[in-house]
Design a binder for this molecule. Structure first.
Ligand code: WTA
Length: 584
């Protein structure tokens, strides 16, 4: 198979393999011969990764100017669909370039220099990818804050960014909608400016800042304790349903499609408004070819009934992608049979914010797929499965999923804390990047992701750190201690189960549960609110006082017979009490 040869080449000569890929783009200055260096082993010195050393380029130039200069400026670049049906709009590559240049000039006028960080908090309107591209054009580093984070979470995030670096808050309200909507937007005279009033005065020409290959493009918040593929081709209409505040929206809505001169859909709404047919109607309206969404969305649409799907044509669809969590075979089959009518390959893509792009995924129609498996590694990706002690397992096996060597889009650091980056990702098993996921490899070498093995809960494809939820619960004056665990949930993949120990003398009440639940919603966001809160007499802790999360997960899931060895617990009796409390 051609894949085998190409894959082997990508591992044998990564520098040469990726140089071939990079040749397809414009480089203002070519990289040097010896352009790739790295260290993935903490015991040998600082972790570092370097690709295309000596080269300079600009991703905005490659995503926009390159196509316009080649005479393709009149091609559709962004397609907007508002929350309310009937409100839509589109921009060509030339138009997007003009808008990007105007905003880039405005940013410069605000004193933004190359390397400065710009926070962006906007709903899913076309100005969002435009703002990202404008930052990239002038070498500024964008930090898009997910719109689903609560106002509180945002305030904390932005203030921090503003205090720590020279940054500008680009705040735009519902620019695509009725102007009246802007009335709700908090506006401080002297500090804020309206985009639609200020930006159009700036010229639609702005020089590109050529930056070194390793110049940072963006910062992105994520939770952690520690060819022929789904790629869009020129003129294809690509729809990745993610918000730009998540990594998917960076790469598979903005940079990826535009670098490939495809048109990308920006959808402001939700798939169930006004009816569960909305996604399929938008697909027909824009003639979407590649549709990319999360299993949780599929499971909820599947429950609404097939009639909502069948009322649409969906003939334009060619590839159906999924990401964010393991897809259960039932949802996979429904996506394949009902949505794709058996015509479209299902591309189950495993990756993480940190990997910067797809890692394990089928190339459509290249090799057979198995529902529920992300199949085989992408070029340059070297997965390793190890046991708890870090011993590499061979052949058919199950264990922890690690990656042995860098690929160009791997994350380079944790902002302001390189040490934590080294400890989190490279500390647990020296020489390997730790993904935080478990995986099984079958006899055909296919990978099956089994889910997170660390303190991260994956709710509807959103990563949530147990510590974040726990500290939001702890903030309630009646809470002495809280611990949360993920458990299997039919729609969301995982739900959040919270155990709360109340302070001495506090009488439990349902109102108190509601207050704690609200605390989590307002400090983190609606998606992180616990599905259940149980009053707990104690927590399963080791003698050294560490919560045994493995045991907590089993209690949350009601898997009393799978508790394993609990003899090292300080008080094994707690487990029985929690299980009894859970039944009530
Ligand atoms: C999980 C979003 C199974 C996994 C791309 C990973 C998946 C985490 C899949 C990353 C998949 C993502 N099958 N599990 N196809 N894709 N995951 O950073 O646990 O928000 O570590 O990236 O989602 O989440 P993140």
């Amino acid at each position: 198979m051609q894949y085998d040869a190409l894959y082997a080449h990508s591992l044998a000569d990564p520098a040469g393999f990726w140089a071939n890929v990079a040749e397809q783009f414009h480089w203002q200055k070519k990289w040097s011969e010896d352009h790739h260096h790295y260290n993935f082993d903490v015991t040998k010195g600082p972790i570092n990764v370097e690709w295309f050393k000596g080269g300079t380029t600009n991703i905005c130039y490659n995503a926009l100017d390159r196509h316009v200069e080649a005479g393709q400026g009149s091609q559709t670049c962004l397609l907007f669909e508002g929350n309310e049906p009937g409100y839509s709009n589109s921009l060509t590559y030339s138009q997007v370039l003009d808008e990007v240049c105007r905003l880039a000039n405005w940013l410069k006028a605000q004193g933004v220099n190359p390397g400065d960080c710009v926070a962006i908090y906007m709903p899913m309107v076309m100005q969002l990818p435009i703002a990202m591209l404008a930052c990239a054009r002038i070498g500024a580093v964008h930090s898009v804050v997910f719109g689903g984070f609560s106002a509180d979470a945002l305030a904390g995030e932005c203030k921090r960014i503003i205090q720590m670096v020279d940054s500008v808050l680009v705040y735009a309200n519902h620019l695509e909608g009725p102007q009246g909507a802007a009335a709700d937007t908090p506006f401080t005279l002297g500090r804020d400016e309206w985009w639609q009033l200020a930006v159009p005065d700036y010229p639609a020409l702005c020089d590109v800042e050529w930056v070194p290959a390793e110049h940072p493009l963006f910062l992105l918040y994520t939770s952690g304790s520690t060819g022929a593929h789904a790629r869009a081709r020129a003129c294809d209409v690509n729809w990745c349903t993610a918000d730009c505040g998540w990594f998917m929206g960076h790469i598979y809505l903005t940079y990826g499609p535009l670098l490939n001169r495809a048109a990308s859909v920006v959808f402001e709404g939700v798939p169930t408004h006004p009816t569960p047919a909305r996604s399929w109607e938008v697909i027909d309206k824009f003639q979407v070819k590649q549709f990319y969404t999360a299993p949780t969305a599929l499971r909820s649409l599947m429950r609404s009934g097939d009639e909502w799907v069948k009322s649409s044509s969906r003939k334009s669809l060619k590839v159906l992608g999924t990401v964010g969590e393991p897809i259960n075979p039932e949802a996979w089959q429904w996506y394949h049979d009902v949505v794709g009518e058996g015509r479209c390959p299902i591309v189950d893509t495993w990756w993480q914010t940190e990997t910067g792009g797809h890692m394990i995924m089928p190339l459509p129609n290249v090799w057979p797929v198995k529902p529920g498996s992300a199949t085989l590694p992408f070029f340059g990706v070297d997965p390793v499965i190890v046991d708890e002690k870090g011993v590499e397992l061979q052949g058919e096996c199950e264990g922890l999923l690690m990656l042995r060597r860098p690929w160009p889009s791997v994350l380079r650091s944790i902002y302001g804390d390189h040490k934590r980056y080294e400890e989190n990702y490279f500390g647990p098993y020296p020489g390997l990047y730790f993904t935080g996921d478990g995986a099984r490899r079958d006899k055909d070498g296919y990978y099956w992701i089994t889910g997170r093995v660390d303190d991260v809960i994956n709710v509807s494809g959103h990563r949530i750190g147990t510590a974040e939820v726990e500290s939001a619960l702890d903030a309630h004056p009646a809470c002495a201690e809280a611990a949360v665990a993920g458990y299997e949930h039919p729609v969301k993949g995982q739900g959040i189960y919270a155990f709360v120990i109340l302070k001495e003398g506090v009488a439990p009440s349902d109102e108190m549960k509601k207050e704690m639940w609200t605390n989590v919603r307002t400090t983190i966001g609606a998606f992180a609110a616990p599905d259940a809160i149980q009053w707990a007499p104690g927590l399963p802790k080791t003698r050294s006082g560490k919560i045994m999360r493995r045991v907590l997960r089993k209690i949350a899931g009601g898997q009393a017979d799978e508790l394993g060895d609990i003899s090292t617990l300080a008080d094994p009796n707690v487990v029985r009490l929690l299980l009894e409390g859970r039944k009530k």
